[in-house]
Design a protein around this ligand. Structure first.
Ligand SMILES: Nc1ncnc2c1ncn2[C@@H]1O[C@H](COP(=O)(O)OP(=O)(O)OP(=O)(O)O)[C@@H](O)[C@H]1O
Length: 281
């Protein structure tokens, strides 16, 4: 008999420091000013540990995407540092970032099949198609798309295209998966299903995820830690540790503990938005 995890109706624990382990990524005093003088981020300190599912939650313009892009190395901080303490370094002193990026749009190449879209990052890395066939089929199986390997993006639903995008990000076995509002454009039912499947992958592949969302409900369901940000300039407002154990079944979504966390996260977001207004006046 399957015994589903139960969640006691007690208030969430106060924020706890994550279990001590070597940091995968450490941001210290990170600020970003764009050339038009927009101060997008100011003084962000953040440590990410292996195995965390960390979500950046905040109002529009608080710098979530800017932060993710800097972590990906697509943009550099104006001041402050981003360190990869557990990484090896190449001959140029660049850290082995080894990450996968999933954007809000699946950004698939329409003239390539599902298989060949997932093959793309490996091809760019110099791998021959036949040498990585098994690996690609394995990752397609993990996102439930085995039967669609030869299909073209136009033949797939929005949810399936997003699965391809997740498979493409995972095929290189990244240390960290960066996800910038990946499910925001999907309908509620598809989004709920992809949330559930993402958590299964997270557990199965021992991933570390940094996820961006506007949704309190999504952030509580997925995360081990929520970093709430305020805007103008973007800053960390508060952090909420979600101590509910994984795997999280659908029962978690209707549990009193989930409701309590959602209430706390909503309050924290409301406060962050209020701080943002004060700063922008
Ligand atoms: N290339 C850029 N040049 C100038 N300003 C920028 C640039 N990119 C972002 N910004 C500004 O930096 C701030 C943070 O933007 P960012 O897109 O990171 O926020 P966000 O929290 O991801 O927003 P959203 O939730 O709406 O996607 C905003 O004020 C934005 O207008």
């Amino acid at each position: 008999m399957n015994v589903l995890p139960t969640f006691e109706a007690k208030p969430p624990e106060p924020v706890e420091a994550p279990a001590p382990s070597r940091a995968l990524l450490r941001l210290a005093g990170v600020s970003k000013t764009f050339t038009n003088m927009t101060l997008a981020l100011e003084g962000v300190d953040l440590t990410v540990r292996p195995g965390e599912f960390l979500t950046l939650l905040g109002p529009s313009g608080c710098g979530k995407s800017t932060l993710l892009k800097m972590i990906a190395g697509l943009s550099t901080p104006t001041t402050g540092t981003i360190d990869w303490p557990a990484s090896s370094y190449d001959a140029l002193g660049e850290p082995d970032r080894s990450l996968g990026f999933v954007f809000q749009e699946p950004t698939l190449l329409p003239w390539r099949t599902v298989f060949d879209n997932v093959y793309l990052p490996l091809m760019l890395g110099g791998a021959r198609r036949r040498d990585v066939r098994e690996r690609i089929m394995e990752v397609l199986a993990q996102v439930g798309l085995t039967r669609f390997a030869d299909a073209y993006p136009r033949e797939l639903s929005g949810g399936m295209r997003m699965r391809v995008s997740v498979a493409r990000a995972m095929v290189t076995n990244p240390r960290i998966l960066l996800m910038d509002e990946p499910f925001a454009a999907l309908d509620e039912i598809t989004r709920t299903k992809l949330n559930k499947d993402l958590l299964e992958l997270f557990a199965k592949k021992s991933l570390t995820v940094i996820f961006v969302t506007h949704s309190v409900y999504e952030s509580v369901y997925l995360s081990s830690r929520i970093v709430v940000m305020s805007a103008h300039p973007g800053r960390v407002s508060t952090e909420i540790a979600i101590s509910a154990p994984y795997p999280r079944s659908e029962d978690f979504r209707v549990s009193p503990v989930y409701n309590d966390y959602c209430r706390r996260a909503s309050e924290a977001l409301r406060e962050a938005i209020a701080q943002s207004h004060v700063e922008s006046e």
